[in-house]
Design a protein around this ligand. Sequence first.
Ligand code: ASP
Ligand code: MG
Length: 410
Amino acid sequence: MALLVQKFGGTSVGDPDRMRAVADHVARTVRRGDQVVVVISAMGKETDDLLRIAAEVSDTRPGREMDMLVTAGERKAMALLCMAIADRGIEAESFTGSQAGFLTDSTHRNAKIVEVRPTRVVEALAAGRVAVVGGAQGVSPENNVTFLGRGGSDTTAVALAHALGADSCELYTDVTGVFTTDPRIVSNARKMDRVSFDELLEMTANGCPKPAMRCVEFARTHKVDLHVRSAFTWEPGTIVTEEDPSMEQAIVSAVVHDADEAKVTIGGVADRPGIAARVFRALADADINVDLIVQNTSDHGVTDISFTVPHGELSSAISICESHAAEIGASRVTSEPAIARVSVVGAGMKSHPGVAATVFETMADNGINIEMIATSAIRVSCVVAEAQVELAVQALHDRFGLAEGPVYVD
Ligand code: ASP
Ligand code: MG
């Protein structure tokens, strides 16, 4: 008998038929002799709808009330799923995040899990029931309902799997697994059978939308293996696990991209200690998430600093840079919203030279100008014009032969 955590995303439970299909799957799993804990998201686009209604009703939208509102989506879904499971002759009990023992901090809208004490979930399992837990929610030290943020249900599932010592944490979604690139852009994108935590973390940090990056970080830290799979076809998906040193490592495993990027350049700043520190401290204090940073070599003691930020943070980033321009002696602040980042990720590039060269050749062959470059041990990223990013993704996916299967380090 295995203990499984099965997490279902919004589209997986998007309408009554989908709810029943999920209940069938849970029932099948239970009849096979396994114990099941379900983590469920709000149905379909309900979270978006709730956020939209709030914006229509209120200008202030206090965090405590926003969290009370948004977590209602998961609460409805969990009760409905329990009813559908009950129809199949299997007892199921729903639990809010608070009831399931998710203790969080008090950061409304984006709370962090502090501890999970799943006593009631354990009791439900011991009594032979399926436990259905509302995703992305918990309770603060002040006893207020908290929301873990967008995509927080993935984190709920991983944290619960860890706290329960589950045998597997299955993340059911509307795709069949993790792909070598975005299948909407590249038709021969291939589903990966397995991917390491480190690779998937780089992928999610660089534009791969699912699973949520925070859940991958948690899974890596606590060594909770994940199985990303489809709630539509039920076929085996992608296993996310620790890198096995005895196994072959793909030189390049995936190509990801992020179009939600904009570039800011601070021109003509003095090349002396403390300039970058001052600008980036001010950006950090304003909670601006700076990504790539490039400083040019200086010419006659003067240099340019460019960095990228998400589109939503561009205007605040520009005003902060402008307000510091005089102090740091900058002659101008310019920006470019229509850029995007394309990245290749692969554990094997650590020990295999030439990946960056191949990436740059591929760009050159396709007439794509590289505006910025950044690397980690297992990633090479280029910032390019947004209009060319899909071409870049296709070309790199082709060049590294990812549709056929990974090339391993010899
Ligand atoms: N329903 C919430 C969202 O869409 C939480 C989640 O499903 O992960 O962000
Ligand atoms: Mg852009």
